[in-house]
Write a protein that binds this ligand. Structure first.
Ligand code: FAD
Length: 376
């Protein structure tokens, strides 16, 4: 039996393992390896930060994976030999006929001087938990939501954080005593979709949120509590909510598979330059944003390609780089942007106005994945 080894049980790895199980579960042996004991949706971190969910309630334990033919192994990958398709973990060595690297992007907390001492971040569950404790005590002063580098996961998430912070402070009756600034390294909040960006910028203006476009936070000056931007200008803060710099996990960087920080792949097939080795999701350079929906779409193409190779069938169509991202506008309303990155000459995005119906749709998006991957 062919052995498929999937490194990383995030959005990409879970979708790949599940699709392989559905289409060729009795023809393949699939090992799904992750160092963690549970999966957490990225957007759940916003729920935890604003006290809408507890950390325990958003964890989906891998022990509940219920897809036939897939073996979950809680192990830490310590080295990858892409030529030999051999992986070493803290528990042993795995030889693969097909190897898929889906290890996501890690955070480089030390890459932004001062962030660890003077700031907070909401991109890890631990960071979101810490902010959930701090936010109730923030009742006056300047809050800065700041992105420390691009690329970063889920480009709309910092805008969502600023809008939800507005709601949180309004709900506590302290909004008038607080200022909110948002710093993003793009010219607009969601560059491929001018309509989404316009709606977000209008929402910022209505709520008195200062939008600082085209800048990133280069460092934090702990002594003066100031965010220093990449043009040398400064934003003083009383509370900093940061998006840390991202990078591929160390084990991927050490494997010799990366170029400019991430694993280059064919944007059509997700294959790396190493035969029988694919990379999907945030760890790969595909030409799409780092988001779960894109990792999931890429995983489906890889699954179809693995099955086609196994059965000598026709290869699947090219990966299209299409996905829908939900954008929280606050007050229980969610917008949606349908993005097509790769099929045309340039990326396009179609915006759907925020509504309660789309908030329900976002909820169904999460539940359908939990049900599919974890039999919930
Ligand atoms: C605040 C926030 C909001 C977001 N909102 C959305 C949204 O609304 N929609 C959306 O589509 N995306 C959203 N995202 C982005 C989304 O979470 C990621 O893009 C997505 O999870 C990427 O999937 P992946 O499979 O590439 O990597 P991941 O899901 O990050 O999975 C990688 C896995 O690899 C494991 N791993 C790493 N190193 C090792 C190692 N050495 N050994 C073993 N295992 C290892 C990790 O434990 C992890 O489980 C959001 C992200 C954040 C932070």
């Amino acid at each position: 039996m062919q052995r498929v080894v999937i490194l990383g049980a995030g959005f990409g790895g879970l979708e790949l393992a599940t699709t392989l199980s559905e289409t060729a579960g009795d023809e393949l042996a699939v090992d799904l390896i992750d160092k963690s004991d549970s999966f957490v949706f990225g957007y759940s971190k916003l729920d935890v930060m604003f006290g809408r969910a507890t950390p325990e309630s958003v964890r989906l334990p891998y022990a509940e994976i219920a897809v036939p033919g897939v073996r979950f192994l809680q192990e830490t990958v310590t080295s990858i030999d892409p030529k030999a398709r051999r992986v070493t973990t803290d528990a042993g060595v795995h030889e693969a006929d097909v190897l898929v690297v889906a290890l996501g992007a890690d955070y480089d907390f030390d890459g932004t001087p001062g962030l660890a001492e003077a700031g907070n971040e909401f991109y890890s569950l631990a960071g979101a938990e810490r902010l959930a404790e701090l936010l109730p005590a923030f009742s006056q002063g300047r809050a800065v939501v700041g992105v420390c580098g691009a690329p970063f996961k889920c480009p709309p998430a910092p805008s969502e954080a600023a809008l939800l912070l507005h709601d949180h402070l309004t709900g506590r009756g302290v909004r008038d005593a607080c200022e909110i600034s948002l710093v993003i390294p793009f010219g607009t909040p969601v560059p491929p979709s001018p309509d989404t960006s316009a709606a977000l910028e209008a929402a910022f203006a209505e709520r008195g949120i200062r939008f600082v476009a085209g800048r990133r936070v280069a460092s934090l000056d702990a002594g003066r509590s100031a965010a220093v931007l990449d043009d040398g200008s400064e934003l003083p803060f009383d509370l900093f909510l940061g998006v840390p710099r991202h990078r591929a996990p160390d084990v991927v960087l050490a494997s010799g598979m990366t170029e400019e920080g991430y694993v280059p792949v064919s944007s059509k097939t997700l294959q790396t330059v190493f035969p029988g080795v694919y990379a999907v999701g945030d760890v790969a350079t595909v030409g799409v944003p780092k988001a779960g929906v894109f990792a999931e779409g890429a995983a489906r193409v890889v699954a179809a390609s693995i099955v086609a190779n196994l059965r000598g069938g026709e290869q699947p169509g090219d990966y299209g780089g299409r996905g829908s991202c939900y954008v929280e506008f606050g007050a229980g309303r969610v917008g949606r942007v349908d993005i097509d990155f790769l099929s045309g000459p340039k990326p396009t995005g179609t915006f759907r106005e925020p509504s309660h119906a789309l908030a329900d749709e976002k909820h169904d998006f999460g539940s359908s994945r939990s049900a599919r991957w974890f039999a919930r």
